[in-house]
Design a protein around this ligand. Structure first.
Ligand code: SAH
Length: 259
């Protein structure tokens, strides 16, 4: 028998889910997590989706890490339209779709091969609440079917924080929330991001610091709420947000002319 094809069992971790998030996956969700893990392991042989393939690591750094920032926020439990930007192998979008079968989750990435992987796995995972899109965030955010259309936007490991904000905020309806999934975080990043989100019509509502439950890895999640329509200037042209990230608005004082 080809040992490569033998499934490796993911840990179940019901107590860890319960104590850290107040939620537990049901039997169907545990099976979806396992099937997702098997699909990622198989596809990863030909496609570089993730380096995290040890079952305990996958549980902590992909499943738990994707879900904890959403599960622990009472205000987010009624969200319905969600978009995950730069989803790669499906993180955090697919764990969110599994945990919230009533939500409509759009996962997007500019790499067609990664989206094909997700698309081809949806039937096996019995996920009927997921839509996939291949595009750059900068262009999809200008598509009226997507702009200002989501209550929640998630973005993990895509770019620096101000760039993530410029990608994510245009997708939000007024009152919607963007979650930037980060590792370490600094005061300087808060200053830059505060300036960036103001220009986008949004504000930072929370910077949550926490550690992962198995390996005590450092994490921060930045919660951003949209207050006003985003100016049609944003997001800027493809490539510009990452080349010239938004920062504090520099106000150039009008010259004082001699009377
Ligand atoms: N969110 C996943 C993948 C992170 S890797 C995770 O946390 O595991 C970053 C992904 O972002 C890559 O798949 C890359 O194709 C995508 N990406 C980077 N810039 C993008 C952009 N401007 N628009 C859409 N996708 C982008």
């Amino acid at each position: 028998m080809d040992t490569d094809l033998m499934a490796t069992q993911l840990p179940v971790m019901l107590e860890e889910w319960q104590s850290t998030t107040g939620w537990q996956p049901g039997a169907a969700q545990l099976l979806q997590f396992q099937n997702f893990f098997d699909l990622v392991c198989l596809a990863n042989k030909s496609l570089n989706l993730t380096r995290i393939l040890e079952p305990g690591d996958f549980w902590e750094k992909h499943l738990w890490d994707s879900l904890q920032p959403v599960l622990t926020k009472p205000d987010l439990q009624r969200e319905s339209q969600v978009i995950d930007l730069g989803t790669g192998g499906g993180f955090p979008g697919l764990p969110i779709a599994i945990a919230y079968p009533d939500w409509a989750v759009t996962v997007m990435d500019s790499t067609a091969k990664k989206i094909s992987f997700i698309e081809s796995g949806l039937a096996t995972l019995e996920l009927t609440n997921v839509k996939t899109v291949v595009d750059r965030a900068e262009s999809l955010a200008r598509n009226p079917l997507h702009r200002e259309s989501y209550q929640l936007a998630t973005i993990r490991a895509v770019a620096e924080a101000a760039v993530c904000a410029e990608y994510a905020v245009p997708f939000l309806a007024i009152g919607g929330t963007a979650i930037l999934y980060r590792g370490r975080w600094s005061e300087a990043e808060t200053v830059t991001l505060t300036g960036a989100v103001e220009q986008l019509g949004a504000k930072i509502t929370e910077i949550a610091a926490y550690t992962t439950p198995l390996s005590q890895g450092e994490r921060h999640c930045i919660y951003i709420q949209k207050e006003l329509p985003t100016s049609s200037k944003f997001p800027r042209a493809v490539g510009t947000p990452s080349q010239k990230p938004l920062s504090q608005r520099t106000t150039i004082a009008a010259p004082i002319l001699p009377g």
